[in-house]
Design a protein around this ligand. Structure first.
Ligand code: A3P
Length: 309
């Protein structure tokens, strides 16, 4: 896996500071995406991966960064130093992201790297460039239960000053239920990949399973990647990817993104890392309304989500 050691990512953001705003979203085939992404979407769709590239796909805030770190460590035999060579979005570029210049886009970063690459996306299945499936790339999807996912997104939308204003919690729940947040409907997202997982050989993981038994899930990813690492290395990877370790890791905790974009005084990127935090946010009435709507939308999906451990 080759790449430039790009220490100027934060500097590029600083340079673009006058152009940083809470960007509005524009629908792409019905999916609301940040306007800069929407306006560049033809280039994203045309992206042609190498068959050795790996896709990590998630709805925002489902455990993307955690999985990116696990995969990078697996591919580097648990070598912590090697995985501190650069911040997460340099080591594992964000396919569709497009920011004001001189901040490099996801496609710019990918062009500079030789395959095999670890490519992150939040695109729903139907918007993923078809090249990934034509080339039979491996793909890992991580899903997180809707309520915790939404709570995490609510805090993220406060601290990420390029995302639309989240507004008050009560209204945010309804925006989530209507699929109006950036990257669209959580319900369609988790179902889209679930329905395709067998045909496309997608490894479908759950955040809750990773919390419950990280070793088991790290081993699952290892096998999917056709790797065979010793028990000691696996244990080390589990240790290096605990919430605490990653919160302290400057190459994984997003402190490398300047405050004009990620204002971690509002909320940390590594915020809580728990299953069941939704109980601290939903009133009983909100929870009942959410559950009733959830039943309708997820009735036939049969995806084994857990909202507590
Ligand atoms: P919380 O806001 O609930 O704390 P993403 O990387 O997709 O943006 O997801 C971010 C969420 O994953 C945040 O959730 C973050 O704290 C959590 N997270 C990141 N690393 C983690 C880890 N090693 N263990 C558990 N949760 C982690």
């Amino acid at each position: 896996m080759s790449e430039d050691k790009d220490l100027s990512y934060g500097e590029a953001i600083q340079e673009a500071s006058n152009s940083i705003i809470r960007f509005p979203v524009i629908p792409v085939k019905g999916v609301p995406l940040m306007n800069l992404i929407a306006n560049n979407f033809d280039a994203v769709s045309a992206f042609c991966p190498d068959s050795s590239d790996l896709l990590i796909a998630t709805y925002p805030k489902a455990g993307t960064t955690w999985t990116q770190e696990i995969v990078d460590l697996l591919l580097h035999n648990g070598d912590a130093e090697a995985c501190r060579r650069a911040p997460t979005p340099i080591r594992s570029p964000f396919l569709e992201i497009c920011s004001p210049p001189p901040i490099p886009s996801g496609l710019d970063l990918l062009k500079k790297q030789a395959p095999p690459r670890i490519i992150k996306t939040h695109l729903p299945f139907q918007l993923v460039p078809t090249g990934f499936w034509e080339k039979k790339c491996k793909a890992i999807y991580i899903a997180r239960n809707a309520k915790d996912n939404m709570v995490s997104y609510y805090y993220f939308d406060q601290m990420n000053l390029t995302q639309p204003e989240p507004g008050p919690w009560e209204g945010y729940i309804h925006k989530f239920m209507r699929g109006e947040l950036s990257w669209g409907s959580w319900y369609d997202h988790v179902k889209g990949y679930w329905e395709e997982r067998e045909k496309k050989n997608i490894l479908y993981l759950f955040y809750e399973d990773m919390k419950e038994n990280p070793k088991r899930e790290v081993e699952r990813i290892m096998r999917y990647l056709d790797l065979s690492l010793s028990d000691d290395v696996i244990r080390k990877i589990v240790e290096l990817t605990t919430f605490k370790s990653m919160k302290e890791n400057p190459m994984a905790n997003y402190t490398f993104i300047p405050k004009i974009v990620f204002d971690q005084s509002i909320s940390n990127f590594m915020r809580k890392g728990e299953v069941g935090d939704w109980k601290n946010h939903f009133t009983p009435e909100q929870s009942a309304e959410f559950d009733e709507d959830y039943e309708k939308k997820m009735k036939h999906a049969n995806i084994p989500f857990r909202t507590e451990l």
